[in-house]
Write a protein that binds this ligand. Sequence first.
Ligand code: AHG
Ligand code: MN
Ligand code: MN
Ligand code: MN
Length: 296
Amino acid sequence: MTVSDPIVESVITTLSRSVTEIRQGLVGRRGSANAENPSGETQMEADIWADDLLADRLSSIDGISQYASEERDTVLDCGDGDGTSTGDGYAVAVDPLDGSSNLKSNNAMGTIVGIYDAHLPARGDELVAAAYVLYGPITTMVLATDETVSEYELTGGERRLVRRDVTLPEDPVVYGFGGRVPDWTDEFRSYAREIEQEYKLRYGGAMIGDINQVLTYGGVFGYPGLVSRPEGKLRLQFEGNPIGYIVERAGGRSSNGHQSLLTVAPNADDIHERTPVFVGNDALIDRLEAELADAR
Ligand code: AHG
Ligand code: MN
Ligand code: MN
Ligand code: MN
């Protein structure tokens, strides 16, 4: 199923056709690159390699004016196919390998792409599409546009539609919360203690793997603000916004603890800004926001 917006279609087709190469390229690149990304995280060889591959492919798409990623300091101004960037067009924000620390233990990982109709950093409600690839037992992609949310199986560079109009199941089943429990705030801990009594723990250390559980079975995923780091760990532009967009398009909610992630005004001076991230069934997110508000 193609996407009606031709630029989005080009990005998604390019991503689908790059995935086999990315997956194969993980082999032999499981070590540290002895370098840090702008968030101060140690980069794996695969982080840098996947980022370079996607930067090269996505920045040369007509209509893409910017490429930014979690792994690079500066935003790449892309020629509009003819080497001159007119500045308008869509911007892509990429987490080339989400959960790359799972590479060492050979667990699920992902790639996240947000397509903004705005200059970066941008608000989540300026997204026109967002997708994630899940490198699981099989490789799948979930794509959200203003029209719908679809799931594809990726094989041989092609994408095969397996689910259209993906929506969060009514009844939640799973939850997954990041950060160390002693580092949770009291308010979040009391919410987590309630959730733990009601649902099954599914937390694999790669946001995309955990998100796909929530999207498949219903529930809630969170990486809260921590006592040691109130802004949390996940990045607004590369993780919070695209995943928030996908889950909201699938009928759920997103939040930073107080409001939809998509309404958060970005820090114009820090494209790598972090944010607490909560996504899932709307009743569970509403409850979190109410409990955090009561505690204030
Ligand atoms: P990335 O590998 O892109 O830096 O993302 C890792 C993130 C996210 O995937 C996951 O939810 C979280 O880090 C896991 O953090 P902890 O190791 O603190 O649980
Ligand atoms: Mn990282
Ligand atoms: Mn990530
Ligand atoms: Mn990453």
